[in-house]
Design a protein around this ligand. Sequence first.
Ligand code: TRP
Length: 447
Amino acid sequence: MASNNRGHFSSRLGFIMAAAGSAVGLGNVWGFPTKAASNGGAAFLVIYLAMVFLLAFPMLVAELTIGRHGQSNPIASLRTIWTKNRAAAGLFGLIAMIAASMILSFYSILAGWLMGFAAAPALEVVGLQSAADWLVNFGGARNVVLAVLFSLLTILVVQKGVADGIEKWSTRLMPMLFVLFAVMIAYIFTQDGAMEGLKMYLIPDISHITPSLMVDAMGQAFFSLSLGVGSMMVYGSYLQKEVNIPKTAGQVAAIDTGVALAAGLLILPAMFVAKNNGVQIFNDAGQLMSSGDLVFAVLPAMFDTMGGIGVILGIGFFVLMVIAALTSSISLLEVPVSCAQDELKMERNTATWLIGGAILIVSIVISLNFGALFGLVADISTVYMQPLLGVVWAIVVGWIWNRNNLLNELKEGNPDIAQGLFWKIWPWYVRIVCPVAIMTVFLFSIL
Ligand code: TRP
């Protein structure tokens, strides 16, 4: 049952939308602008672009190729390559599953907040001011309620499977997000102060380029492209053999980076517009105030300046953000669900509810102990597990996978690949440069 009747993406566009859906999420719209704004703007932008192109993109190709080769869940896919050490394949597959579950457990909380921000303006309009305030202000009960709602959405989509759930929703909703971004960027540049933000975003000050900025930029690039924890492996396994993997990976990376850049182009100018309108965004020492809340403070302030249309745009924006988060969260839940489905021979429905429910319980525990647990879970999964698992995948592809078999997998969908530039560089690059570079940046981050 493992490989014959599993779902596939029905078209290449469907796959690109789904993989881009996984990649585009809170990382782009919340993480990237926040990190750029607190790391000197343009300096972060430049290093981030380098990290995406030099490290994240080659690793995206590696993960998609492992998955497409295995045509199965990450554990089984790794086993088809790591034939001599099936236990190691199982172990690292399991660690990836745990990392994906941990990321989902904190991601649902953040995504829940976005649901609150989407609903609040509508409640305000009908006069339910105190309900609206409850939704947008930090609180344990509010965190729990919203995380439960978001988790249920994630479970319902994943339960529906690949073509009907994941692909259908990604293809419909991603384009709407792009259009809305364009509209908001156009608007923000009609406002006073926007140019100041644009300058910060585009004129690099190289004194900001420090080891810690490099660490942040790599982490952000890996998070944004959904690397390390098996999301892209499992999506690759639903990919048809006719598809050219390097090209498709390039398109996914380009869409993801485009959305992050657009988010920066919106948020940094919006920060200065907000400042112009009296919202305090820098403290007396000139540092960015509570950077985590930046996006949540600045965007509603922007919508407020827009009058009636602002209410509509605000609701629209946060609804689409919830959707972007949803197309990401489903790629996280899909990792443990696909493993349980094949390895434990569980029904998809059962696996989705059981695992989704267990992760939700973790989210609730984190919500109620936010100060102690949120940063901890986020750090363990994204600062430690994601890069280390990335190194393992680079070793699997670069050292363990027989070079000819790897070439044969990439030749499907790209028959002439052996003659091209990609094949001249990528194999040794993933073998040597990726593990060394990821390890180097990682060691900086923990020292
Ligand atoms: N990339 C998504 C974002 O930017 C989040 C995400 C989905 C993710 N799947 C992942 C992050 C796997 C790390 C690993 O919001």
